[in-house]
Structure formats: C-alpha cells, structure tokens
Write a protein that binds this ligand. Structure first.
Ligand SMILES: [Zn+2]
Length: 119
C-alpha cells in the first residue's frame, strides 16, 4: 500500500539542523501562500495548472516535514541530497531516483506520441 510505503524508516536519523528544517518550513510556507495568491487571482489556464501542481507538492512537503519524513526519498528511502532540497524543498526523490523517474516519464511520453502518430 502506498501509505505504508511512505511510513517506513528513512531520513529521520538526520538532525533537524542538518536538514535545515526551519529554513525549509519557512520557505515552503511562503511559497504556498504565494501560490494560493496566484490561484486566487485566476488567469492563464496553463499557469493555474502549473501553480496548482506546485502547490500540491509544497503542501505535501510541509505535511512530510511535520511528520519527520522531510528529505527522505519516496522511492529508495535514502536521503534526498542537500543541494536538491536547497533548490527544491518539495523534492520527493533523491538525484538517482529522480533520474530514473525522468527516464520513465520520457519513455511514457514517447509511447504516447507514438500512439498518437499511429492513430
Ligand atoms: Zn532515491
């Protein structure tokens, strides 16, 4: 089950200080507020879609942070690299897993466009 998977052991041995949790919490909260403002203002559908997707990621990161799961890779349960979190505190995969996910997504996209071409 997906829920169980999220609750298994991982990055909790890292100290809050090591993970810069307070800094990330503040940054995520500010980002969430900004995104909500953008969504409230309305406008361009593509921008709304992008903002909503990012807001979900940001809120999920805050949820994980409150439960001591922040900085833990969802796939391999290893640590998400510090530089990844500094760039995107809402990241849910470590560099290696993100690379694997990117390849899978690219393949899925390529398959979709092949199907479209064949149709
Ligand atoms: Zn990983």
């Amino acid at each position: 089950m997906a829920g169980e998977y999220v609750y298994r052991a991982g990055a909790k041995n890292m100290s809050a200080r090591e993970l810069n949790l307070d800094g990330h919490r503040t940054e995520l909260a500010v980002r969430a507020a900004d995104l909500k403002k953008i969504l409230d203002a309305g406008g361009d559908a593509e921008k709304m879609e992008r903002s909503l997707r990012l807001l979900r990621q940001v809120e999920y990161a805050l949820w994980r942070l409150e439960r001591g799961r922040f900085g833990e890779c969802l796939k391999c349960e290893g640590k998400v690299e510090r530089q990844v979190l500094d760039a995107s505190p809402w990241a849910i995969f470590c560099g290696d897993c993100q690379g694997a996910v990117d390849i899978l997504q690219a393949e899925a996209k390529a398959r979709r466009s092949t199907v479209k071409l064949a149709a």
